[in-house]
Design a protein around this ligand. Structure first.
Ligand code: URP
Ligand code: ZN
Ligand code: ZN
Length: 464
């Protein structure tokens, strides 16, 4: 059904103006000062967006949905996670494929795609996690890139003995990335240092969630970013540091960028808003707030906001990694190293950024669009996404900037049993969300049908 959005204020990465938008055949086909509905076919759906912002659909470049991790599986599936995404204004996500150490890349790609296809309500892509990197794996990695439109890798410098990549393999993979025009995303924390510090803390009977942060302090992350940047500099590869959490790591990244290293920086919602005291909450409540890199001293938060406003940081994702408090987080009741890592926020990201970024004056509306949509589309080659222009996909968020509501596990769409932002009041909510022209959320409710019409996006590298 065609869609006409009238009287809205269109906000993109670099523009802010009033106009009407007409969408048909899944794309934006007209943007004009005023479009007369009587000229359109009678089945056109019309939304009056007076007083609303019109944003391009938001893109979350860092989510985990099918995630076998730390002896369990993350709680969401593609149906629930994409519902949560859309209700919160996210119309495209990029999920991390996290293969088992021995798993072949093509098997891993097929496993993740079989979970998403026909289930996801919104469009999606994957970062191909590279854990295994022998000759056979290398051939299959080429095939995943060439035949399946995957244009980014993911490596872990952390999680020793489980997912971490050796320096030898990192160097070779970055070299392959450069050859293929593929950007490599990386979790930057020094695995060996963390392993040693975790063992030391446990020997001292420091077993609670409050010891998670001291086991991986800011130096460990700054070293990780420095390591990635150095390897990128030596190979000429393009790299992207995920979930950068602290001033020390941002400083290293800024230095590397200023000497020409092709390094992009991402930070994720929990690090902007939550500090280490959440992981220190009594009664094991702190386990809800265990993620890696860990929640930091509050002073780091202003460094993250400043880096965002200054363009050092290009993207804000969520690192949505939902593990139940009851039955999953409590696997680590006697040993913090066994608490599955993650703080979910796929639905809350935009409202939190609007409330704590835009409303406080830390970032403006154009920056919101840039860091939560447009930059991810450009960095990761998502054609037709991240913008409002004629010919673009009709992924559109009609946003009510004055609506207030309270975040809660009782109302969120995710299947996880807690909300890290429980009881937080936020200002702003997606009034309506269209995915390729079809309205799939209204007033905080999912209104799409049961078919998972999301597509695996065929990405085109924008690198090299
Ligand atoms: O704590 C986190 N970040 N969990 C998900 C896995 C990862 O490291 O991204
Ligand atoms: Zn990570
Ligand atoms: Zn992650």
């Amino acid at each position: 059904m065609p869609l006409l959005i009238k009287n809205g204020r269109i906000i993109t990465a670099d523009a802010d103006y009033h106009a009407d938008i007409y969408c048909s055949d899944e794309q934006i086909t007209r943007i004009e000062e005023s479009i007369d509905p009587s000229d359109l076919s009678t089945d056109t759906e019309i939304i009056d967006a007076t007083g609303m912002y019109i944003f391009p659909g938001f893109i979350d470049p860092h989510v985990h949905i099918h995630l076998p991790f730390m002896g369990t599986f993350a709680k969401d599936n593609h149906e629930s996670a994409s519902r949560a995404a859309i209700v919160g204004g996210t119309t495209t996500f990029i999920e991390m494929i996290c293969p088992a150490p021995e798993q072949m890349p093509l098997d891993a790609f097929n496993e993740w795609q079989s979970k998403a296809q026909g289930k996801s309500h919104c469009d999606y892509s994957f970062h191909l996690g590279v854990v295994r990197f022998d000759d056979l794996a290398r051939d299959q990695i080429r095939s995943v890139v060439r035949d399946h439109g995957i244009a980014s890798f993911k490596v872990f410098l952390a999680y020793k003995g489980a997912l971490d990549i050796s320096d030898e393999n990192l160097f070779d993979l970055l070299t392959l990335g450069k050859e293929l025009g593929v950007i490599t995303t990386a979790h930057c924390e020094n695995a060996t240092a963390i392993d040693a510090m975790q063992r030391r803390l446990l020997r001292e009977c420091k077993t609670g969630p409050e010891w998670h942060e001291p086991s991986r302090p800011v130096q460990v992350e700054a070293e990780g970013v420095h390591h990635l940047a150095t390897f990128a500099e030596l190979t000429g590869a393009h790299v992207y540091a995920v979930h950068t959490s602290c001033a020390a790591a941002i400083d290293v990244a800024r230095d590397a960028q200023s000497r020409g290293v092709k390094l992009w920086v991402e930070s994720v919602i929990p690090h902007f808003l939550l500090d280490h005291t959440y992981a220190e909450r009594p009664g094991f409540e702190g386990a809800k707030y265990v993620m890696s890199p860990p929640l930091r001293e509050r002073s780091n938060q202003e460094a993250l906001w400043s880096a965002l406003a200054a363009g050092v940081t290009s993207a804000v994702g969520t690192d949505h990694a939902p593990f139940d408090f009851n039955g999953q987080k409590d696997m680590g009741r006697d040993d913090f190293t066994k608490i599955p890592n993650g703080i979910p926020s796929i639905q809350e990201r935009i409202d939190l950024l609007h409330t704590h970024g835009v409303k406080t004056g830390r970032i403006d509306l154009n920056t919101l669009v840039r860091v939560a949509s447009t930059n991810a589309a450009q960095i990761f080659g998502l054609r037709g996404k991240g913008t409002i222009s004629v010919g673009a996909d009709a992924d559109i968020v009609i946003y009510d900037p004055g609506h207030t509501h309270t975040l809660s596990a009782n109302t969120h769409q995710s299947l996880v049993d807690y909300n890290g932002f429980e009881g937080w009041e936020v200002t702003g909510r997606a009034h309506s969300v269209a995915v390729r022209g079809q309205v799939m959320a209204r007033d905080g409710k999912f209104v799409g049908d049961s078919t998972g019409r999301g597509r695996l996006l065929q990405r085109q590298s924008t690198h090299f």
